[in-house]
Design a protein around this ligand. Structure first.
Ligand code: GLN
Length: 541
């Protein structure tokens, strides 16, 4: 068994510096050198997972194949590495305490007093080392959520200190991501906040090996020297991370700064070849030199925080590049849409995506938007709640089931075309209880979905409680809605589409979670293609 090397990424000065992107970029560079890499995130909050958090609190909840509800940074890891993550890649304080308390209740601590040190820190260490012991990875990069100095991240920092000491030099290292602000009045880049945050780490017993410095401009040598001197690092371990045009530039910027080489040399691994980044550069080339441009609406409830739909936004970036097309996403609040406003809001767009969501707020606006795009033959893509809304819209306005609804919107509806599954009705607890993770779907030959995927068996990830109600399947199919994808085990409808519409597809699952730079999701690729065609046809008319 090869010993995996552990790389820890801590954050200093402020949150939102982009630890996830730096971790993912480094991982991408190491992967491009032929190494097997995974990234995990340890979050200091007490929720067992982010599944119960409002998207406004923490952005999108990302779901893995094994059904874990996780931090959105795992989405970046998958998009950059094209390798799936799992429950083991995201651990919170809540989960650590839950495990420790469960063990305590079982009597596993043999009468000992259970304490933060060593019991909580041991449980953190056990989890931090787990993926590296699977013999599947050469590197495990661990991103620590929060900022150094936060009370709640102390046990994680202590666990990193212990691991670093136990593994000895050459087996682990700490990268500290920090901010070098520019003070306009003084016309100077300031190193003091970084000095303080490194001091904080030193107090906790950790000497960072590499500093990655976020800044809005290039960091000159004299500032690098100062940082090196006051933070005890080599000058070539002071890496600048200037604001980038797109997050997908960051691996190349880190390559230019030789972050990967610094990491390898500190971990005593010979630097043999250049990383193979051809595919990545090809993607960036297409991304930055589009031949076309389309405007696509994202109709949702949480549009004032784009992080709430992170994976959808990124899937559009991948699909746009694939089509040599710039996709301009217009974020539209479903609460603004009604029968009078819909034309003004949607008529100039080349495609409309109705987003996932929970609760009845804004749902009627989504249904109104779908009616408009169905009637006006504008390309439509519905995801999860978006698919449920298109079934409701079709039932109401085409199949003649007046006032059809989802029981999520109206529990007393006469025609519950979307309803909670029987198994779900018994569940009272909220965390981790939805239909979660990857399920198989069989696609009917000759359908639009078949054309999109080019295959008849697919696996996609789910996160919902409500489903298409099969009681209405026949009636809706007779009226022209095609159930083109079915779960072979449960018979649940996973994909619906319309025949006499250029591009109208709703999916019960979340395709956006599987779109990566190297593997853009076919549904997004074909949807963007349809939007380009729609725009061109309009011009020709
Ligand atoms: N609220 C819907 C459900 O629970 C849809 C969920 C979603 O869009 N992720 O089924």
């Amino acid at each position: 068994m090869t010993q995996a090397k552990y790389i820890f990424v801590t954050g200093g000065v402020t949150s939102s510096l982009g630890k996830g992107i730096i971790a993912a970029s480094l991982a991408r560079l190491l992967q491009a050198r032929g190494f097997r890499v995974t990234i995990q995130k340890f979050d200091p909050y007490i929720n067992i997972d982010p599944g119960t958090l409002n998207p406004y609190e923490h952005g999108e909840c990302y779901v893995t194949d094994d059904g874990a509800e996780t931090d959105l940074d795992l989405g970046h890891y998958e998009r950059f590495l094209n390798v799936p993550t799992s429950q083991a890649n995201n651990i919170t304080t809540g989960r650590i305490y839950f495990n420790v308390i469960t063990k305590e209740r079982k009597g596993e601590y043999l009468g000992k007093t259970v304490q933060v040190i060593p019991h909580i820190t041991d449980e953190i260490k056990r989890n931090m080392l787990l993926l590296g012991q699977s013999d599947q990875y050469d590197f495990v990069i661990t991103e620590l959520g929060g900022t150094v100095g936060d009370i709640e991240s102390l046990p994680f920092i202590e666990a990193v200190r212990q691991i670093k000491w136990e593994l000895g030099p050459g087996n682990s290292l700490v990268i500290h991501l920090t901010l070098i602000p520019y003070l306009a009045a003084a016309k100077e880049l300031k190193t003091k906040p970084t000095q303080h945050s490194v001091k904080e780490l030193l107090e906790a017993g950790i000497q960072p090996d590499i500093l990655v410095c976020r800044s809005d401009r290039s960091i000159p040598t004299e500032i690098r020297k100062k940082l090196a001197l006051f933070c005890n690092v080599n000058i070539n371990s002071v890496i600048e991370a200037v604001d980038a045009e797109t997050i997908y530039d960051v691996p190349l910027l880190m390559r230019k700064e030789k972050l990967d080489e610094r990491v390898l040399s500190k971990l005593k691994i010979p630097v043999k070849n250049e990383p193979d980044l051809d595919g990545w550069k090809d993607f960036l080339g297409k991304l930055k030199n589009p031949d076309e441009e389309v405007n696509i609406a994202l109709v949702g409830k949480y549009v004032s925080l784009p992080d709430a739909y992170k994976s959808i936004a990124e899937a559009f970036v991948h699909a746009g590049a694939q089509n040599h097309c710039k996709v301009k996403v217009k974020w539209i609040s479903s609460e603004d849409i009604n029968a009078t406003s819909v034309h003004d809001i949607l008529s100039n767009l080349d495609g409309v995506l109705v987003a996932p969501g929970f609760g009845e707020r804004g749902m009627e606006g989504k249904i109104e938007a779908i009616k408009y795009v169905r009637e006006n033959k504008i390309p439509f893509f519905g995801i999860c709640l978006g698919m449920q809304c298109c079934v409701i819209e079709f039932a109401r306005h085409v199949a003649g089931l007046n006032d059809a609804s989802s029981t999520e919107l109206n529990p007393n509806t006469k025609y519950p075309v979307i309803d909670m599954m029987e198994e779900q009705k018994k569940i009272t607890s909220k965390g981790g209880t939805m239909r979660l993770g990857a399920y198989t779907c069989k696609i009917k030959k000759g359908t639009k979905a078949h054309h999109v995927y080019g295959e008849t068996t697919i696996q996609e990830r789910h996160r919902h409680r409500y489903e298409f109600n099969n009681k209405y399947l026949e009636k809706l199919e007779e009226a022209g809605l095609k159930a083109s994808g079915i779960n072979p085990d449960s018979g649940l409808v996973e994909i619906v589409e319309l025949k006499d519409h250029p591009w109208f597809i709703g999916v019960q699952y979340h395709p956006e979670l599987k779109s990566t730079v190297m593997n853009p999701h076919p549904l997004f690729v074909k949807f963007v293609e349809a939007a380009i065609k729609y725009k061109k046809d309009l011009v020709r008319q």
